[in-house]
Design a protein around this ligand. Structure first.
Ligand code: PSU
Ligand code: MN
Length: 311
């Protein structure tokens, strides 16, 4: 039996016609943002993808059925579930969720796997997982997936709950090109600039598309990471976010939180400790990334369009 994935009619139709499609993850909905801002943001991101000229495909698992193109009802169902009821679904979790017919929300790694299997090349999210600060063996499965699955992930870099220099080292080891959209340095989620150089600056969606196209033609089988800085007006100063991140990270360690619970714990605490200031920034960058990913998906489909035979 092969990996069964249900496509919504709209996503199936877009893929059949080779129209631009952008995958979106669902862990950010269930484990990354509080209710009801999570629903609002998920729908705003879908709208941004549409406004950019592509079809959104939010990915998740409903009672063991893997779906690309969750309906609004599905999104509300996942978004409203009590904490801990929905499995956080990375590569290792699909077999459990499908086998036991569980509800699950896909991480960056999980969403990349589904996107690739159904032929979606672009994926927009907020921040990727990485290497945790002070925990160099807690390496997110997102980084390993980027090293093996040919999907392009548009993000705002990663939160500084992570060790960003080590995260870039692991990406290098796994052969993942890191590009900066109109920037020379990796963005750091709430901040536009981490100070860490990307492998290549790009200045347009067309340039991104040319690199993605080349990577497919070369068949080296790796993902591509594109960092997009949060829009200037929504950037948060370090003195708001840094102490909260430090405290949340120390608490997670002191409380013995491990495995895939670490990231959700820290995200939740940072939110509380900043009195929700981080939320507006988080929403703004998610929507912006949806818009940019759609532009790249459109540029890629123009580049790869089969020329129509002359009449
Ligand atoms: N970082 C965020 N928000 C998120 C996540 C990461 O700022 O919602 C989620 C993403 O789904 C990412 C996952 O793929 O957490 C990484 O979890 P871990 O560190 O356990 O690999
Ligand atoms: Mn981890």
């Amino acid at each position: 039996m092969s990996f069964q994935i249900t496509l919504s009619n709209e996503v199936a139709d877009a893929l059949r016609r080779q129209r631009p499609v952008v995958a979106l993850e669902s862990t950010v909905i269930t484990h990354g943002l509080p209710h009801p801002i999570n629903i609002e943001t998920a729908l705003a991101m879908e709208q941004a993808v549409r406004d950019g000229g592509a079809v959104p495909a939010t990915v998740g698992v409903i009672k063991g059925e893997i779906i690309a193109g969750l309906s609004h009802e599905h999104i509300e169902y996942l978004a409203q579930a009590p904490a801990g009821r929905v499995r956080k679904c990375s590569r290792r979790d699909f077999a459990i969720a499908v086998g036991l017919k569980q509800d699950a929300a896909t991480t960056v790694a999980g969403t990349m796997i589904v996107a690739h299997k159904v032929g979606i090349q672009l994926f927009a999210t907020g921040g990727i997982g990485g290497v945790h600060r002070g925990q160099p063996f807690d390496v997110s499965a997102d980084l390993i997936e980027l090293g093996r699955t040919p999907v392009t992930v548009v993000c705002a870099g990663a939160k500084s709950i992570l060790d960003l220099p080590l995260t870039l080292e692991v990406l290098e080891t796994h052969g993942v090109p890191v590009l900066g959209m109109q920037c020379d340095h990796l963005p750091a989620f709430y901040r536009r600039d981490s100070g860490l150089p990307v492998n290549q600056r790009i200045d347009s969606a067309a340039e991104a598309a040319r690199i993605i196209h080349a990577s497919h033609a070369l068949q080296i089988n790796h993902g591509i990471l594109i960092g997009v800085p949060v829009p200037q007006e929504h950037e948060l100063p370090d003195d708001v976010i840094d102490p909260a991140i430090q405290q949340a990270t120390d608490e997670a360690h002191a409380r013995g939180i491990t495995g895939n619970a670490v990231t959700p714990y820290i995200l939740g605490r940072v939110l509380e400790l900043t009195d929700g200031k981080s939320l507006v920034t988080n929403q703004a960058l998610l929507v912006n990334n949806g818009r940019v990913a759609a532009q790249i998906a459109v540029a890629l489909s123009e580049l790869t369009a089969v020329p129509k035979p002359m009449a």
